[in-house]
Write a protein that binds this ligand. Structure first.
Ligand code: CA
Length: 465
């Protein structure tokens, strides 16, 4: 591994000396494209690059093989919407009261990403980027929170937290028309604020749209956020993908595999398009899931403990890879903890864009750590807190303290030899626990209370789905 980095450094030095300035990651005027590919509720173990055996993901794996696999890559919350709020702002979302999944009530003017918090599209717009959002939004359903007024020049997708996958199920014109609980999964797809009729399996729709966006915007600096709702429930796959997994007996796992396979095909189309347009060296590509695998979709987080909705590793450590050919090493593992917030942290430094001084980023630039120029850790500590459960976590190095305040229980794990969090070391290392607890309390004291009602509080009249 070290040899790979040294060889890379030597090669980089030659390239940097000889090449155009826009090839240099250190050049603050460079404007590489950015593609973030996000999946929904996909398990840590459900990609080939993390050892998955029953679901081939050759295209997703390309990102890791041609770039870096993060073995300790985290999101900032173990459910969908707060995780996205942290990712898209580069800041711990608890700092601005984004403490839970919001109500989907489209008349609620509080339930979304606060307007005063700049997101990655708004930030990159200042340095000339053209941004597109494809797929699941889930950062507010009220018109004031939607992608087109939050820095995205183009939007193709839906605003709620999940969706049905077949066009015939999309029966509501808009989310405002929904008259039964769960009906928000059945709205028509939006192109910007206009409803469109679709005719494909939803994952394929999103893949096609992503490719079109890249082709259309190939001549300017662009940012594409491709936010698949797969493999989130409802578990629906088209026959084309199900046919690939006839050998999987368990029906839930078979459908899940088909949904992941559809995403993988889409990732392949996106990467092929970048190749065909000769944009690969000019484009940062990130792949990750918005939280760990869920207990209801057939996903797996092995060897991590638990799943979505928990503060154990299975809730927040996700499949995460990053490719930027020619500018970061290829085919290596990076084992120090990194965060989804670092995607914006990296872009902020690469582009030299100014960040509001009263809202500093928690995400950092990963490039120096990946190319070996900084041997330290991107984050001395990482923190999490689940507001409604009153569960908080700190990770420092390999040590992880889990503070289950509601249950009056504290746990200490050494992740270097206990990835599965099976041995509570609290009684054997109380000093370490105290030090971590103190830092955790200091961090949680900086957070704001929840600013909106939780998911499930909007109850349109009519029977539940
Ligand atoms: Ca999710």
């Amino acid at each position: 591994m070290k040899a790979t980095i040294l060889l890379f450094l030597a090669t980089s030095a030659i390239i940097l000396a000889a090449c155009a300035p826009n090839q240099s990651p250190e050049n603050q005027n460079s404007k590489p494209n950015l593609v973030i590919i996000l999946t929904d509720d996909q398990g840590y173990a459900d990609v080939g690059f993390n050892g998955c055996e029953d679901i081939p993901t050759p295209h997703i794996d390309r990102i890791a093989h041609e770039g870096v696999r993060f073995t300790n890559g985290y999101v900032t919350y173990p459910v969908c919407s707060p995780s996205r709020a942290g990712m898209i702002t580069g800041r711990y979302q608890g700092r601005f009261g984004y403490r839970r999944n919001p109500t989907l009530n489209p008349w609620d003017e509080n339930a979304g990403l606060p307007l005063e918090e700049e997101n990655i599209a708004e930030i990159l717009k200042k340095v000339g980027y053209h941004s597109g959002y494809v797929g699941k939004w889930h950062l507010g359903t009220h018109p004031k929170f939607r992608p087109n007024v939050r820095g995205f020049d183009e939007f193709y997708g839906f605003v709620a937290g999940g969706h049905r996958y077949f066009p015939e199920d999309l029966t509501y014109q808009t989310i405002e028309d929904v008259d039964r609980k769960g009906g928000w999964y059945n709205t028509k797809i939006l192109r910007n604020e206009r409803r469109v009729e679709t005719d494909e399996y939803l994952t394929d729709e999103f893949s096609h749209e992503a490719v079109d966006f890249i082709v259309k915007n190939q001549d300017k600096p662009f940012f594409l956020f491709l936010s698949y709702n797969a493999p989130h429930t409802p578990m629906q796959a088209s026959q084309k993908y199900l046919d690939r997994f006839a050998h999987i007996d368990d029906k839930l796992r078979r459908t899940y595999a088909a949904m992941v396979s559809a995403v993988d095909d889409g990732v392949g189309r996106v990467l092929d398009t970048l190749d065909q347009l000769e944009l690969a060296d000019d484009t940062l590509v990130f792949f990750l899931s918005d939280n760990g695998g869920a207990s209801n979709n057939g996903s797996r987080n092995t060897p991590l403990r638990a799943n979505k909705g928990t503060v154990y590793e299975g809730g927040m450590r996700v499949p995460f890879a990053f490719r930027w050919t020619g500018s970061i090493p290829s085919g290596i593992d990076y084992d120090n903890p990194v965060s989804s917030m670092d995607m914006l942290g990296t872009m902020a430094v690469l582009t030299g864009v100014e960040i509001a001084s009263d809202r500093p980023l928690d995400g950092v630039n990963l490039i120096p750590y990946l190319n070996g120029s900084n041997p330290g850790q991107p984050h001395d500590v990482l923190f999490w807190q689940m507001f409604d459960k009153d569960h908080a976590v700190i990770r420092q190095g390999h040590d992880k303290l889990v503070d289950l305040n509601k249950e009056n229980q504290t746990e200490l794990y050494d992740l270097s030899n206990d990835k599965g969090e099976s041995e509570n070391l609290l009684s054997t290392n109380p000093k370490k626990a105290d030090s971590l607890q103190e830092q955790l309390d200091q961090w949680t004291s900086q957070l704001e209370p929840a600013r909106f009602d939780p998911l499930g509080t909007w109850n349109p009249p009519g029977p539940a789905e």
